[in-house]
Design a binder for this molecule. Structure first.
Ligand SMILES: Cc1ncc(COP(=O)(O)O)c(C=O)c1O
Length: 407
């Protein structure tokens, strides 16, 4: 494979940092990815040379900004295989996108006695918004179980849908704890056969898999810019136009209206209806550059590179005594969680930090997953387009030090 990881790394200034006297080994791309220079420079250029608001001005600066934000919307649509840029709603991130679906579509369409079906490997962002809705409406939450390797049990889905009460099925395409690549297209098909909609949390998939919402056959798809080499504070909700057209607004304010009087307000068509207030303009521009960057590298090449790193990591962790891998799914993205016998993940992560290694230790906003695997927390290693084997080497020798310290 002709994948020039060193030239990719050179585009990420932070990766050449030292943590004390140790090189930084950034193994936490699942929490957030680092940013390439093109994104940093695009945002800097916007603030220096073009800064203005969108839609409000007829002057050239504002026209520049509006057209660049709308160009990003078109890029996102193309990136996801959406049929139109109007199907792309800008939000603050996956969390806000999922709350939008629950609060707008959900409040209109879910009633007492209905059910919402979630995957067993969901992040809290794909659990709590549905629980808030379910509590308000008197609806029930159901869960697709997973096996001990962290594969969702597809065979259980028809039974969970059989009584026709489920209105929406919500599953992540990649689980942030176990890296499981979930069979969302198959689940979407089953959901539709049972008259339910399918909402996909794509926070952990967009930077690793080629996503095509039409091929997935889903109805909603959410992701965050900061997990795909873009800035924080910007995210996306994609939904089929007919759904967006029929959904009521959820945040009220400027830009989302058609006409306002004190007696009554009428609303703008989507996507503006769901974008109240001044948007995160620099972040939208940064996201556009991030998507261009990802396309220039090619997700297939990134995925192949990450798969080799993951296979090597799993083999080496497997040889270390006292390490339990959490999840060995059939199809696994660039994420591996594990625990070390007798050592709390936080204690281990503190020692790893002394060695320059950035990993996440905790419940990863997925407490039900921790409960399923009988652990309070895990250490999680995750890779991105810029990750290299020498970071795994650094990790493996630091884990040996952790073991020596905690004996
Ligand atoms: C699977 C998954 N869903 C949702 C989220 C929430 O994303 P954000 O915090 O960017 O809204 C995350 C973040 O880690 C995630 O991993």
């Amino acid at each position: 494979m002709n994948y020039d990881v060193e030239s990719i790394r050179a585009q990420f200034p932070v990766l050449s940092r030292k943590m004390g006297d140790k090189p930084l080994a950034y193994l936490d791309s699942t929490a957030t990815t680092q940013k390439p220079l093109c994104v940093i420079e695009a945002m800097d250029d916007f603030y220096r040379n073009h800064y203005s608001s969108v839609k409000r001005g007829v002057y050239r600066l504002s026209e520049w900004t509006t057209s660049h934000c709308e160009a990003t919307r078109a890029k996102v649509a193309e990136f996801l295989g959406a049929s139109s840029p109007d199907e792309i709603v800008f939000t603050r991130g996956t969390t806000e996108s999922l709350n939008l679906v629950a609060q707008s579509w959900g409040r209109k369409n879910v009633r007492a006695g209905d059910a919402i079906l979630l995957g067993a490997l969901e992040h809290h962002a794909d659990i709590v918004p549905w629980q808030i809705l379910a509590e308000e409406k008197g609806a029930e939450i159901r869960v697709i179980p997973c096996d001990d390797d962290a594969n969702l049990l597809l065979d259980a889905v028809p039974g969970l849908l059989a009584d026709g009460k489920v209105k929406i099925v919500c599953v992540n395409q990649v689980a942030n704890t176990t890296g499981t690549v979930n069979p969302v297209a198959e689940i979407a098909k089953l959901a539709h056969e049972a008259g339910a909609l399918m909402c996909v949390d794509g926070a952990q998939s967009v930077a690793h898999l080629d996503v095509d919402v039409a091929r997935l056959g889903c109805d909603f798809f959410a992701f965050s810019g900061h997990k795909i080499y873009g800035p924080t504070g910007i995210g996306v909700l994609w939904a089929r136009s007919e759904l967006l057209e029929a959904m009521p607004p959820w945040h009220g304010g400027g830009e989302m209206i058609d006409q306002v009087t004190f007696a009554k307000t009428t609303y703008a068509p989507p996507p503006a209806r769901f974008e109240a207030g001044t948007p995160p303009i620099a972040e939208i521009i940064g996201l556009g550059f991030a998507l261009d960057w990802v396309r220039s590298v090619g997700l297939a090449a990134v995925a192949e590179h990450e798969a080799a790193l993951l296979a090597d990591l799993r083999a080496r962790l497997g040889e270390m005594p006292g390490i339990r891998l959490i999840g060995s799914p059939r199809d696994q993205s660039a994420i591996q969680s594990f625990v070390m016998e007798g050592i709390h993940p936080h204690d281990a992560a503190l020692i790893l930090d002394e060695e320059g290694i950035a990993v996440r230790a905790g419940h990863h906003c997925a407490q039900p997953v921790m409960e399923r695997f009988g652990v309070p927390a895990t250490i999680r290693v995750s890779y991105g387009a810029y990750s290299v084997r020498k970071e795994t080497d650094q990790l493996v020798s630091a884990l040996a030090r952790v073991r020596r310290i905690f004996g």
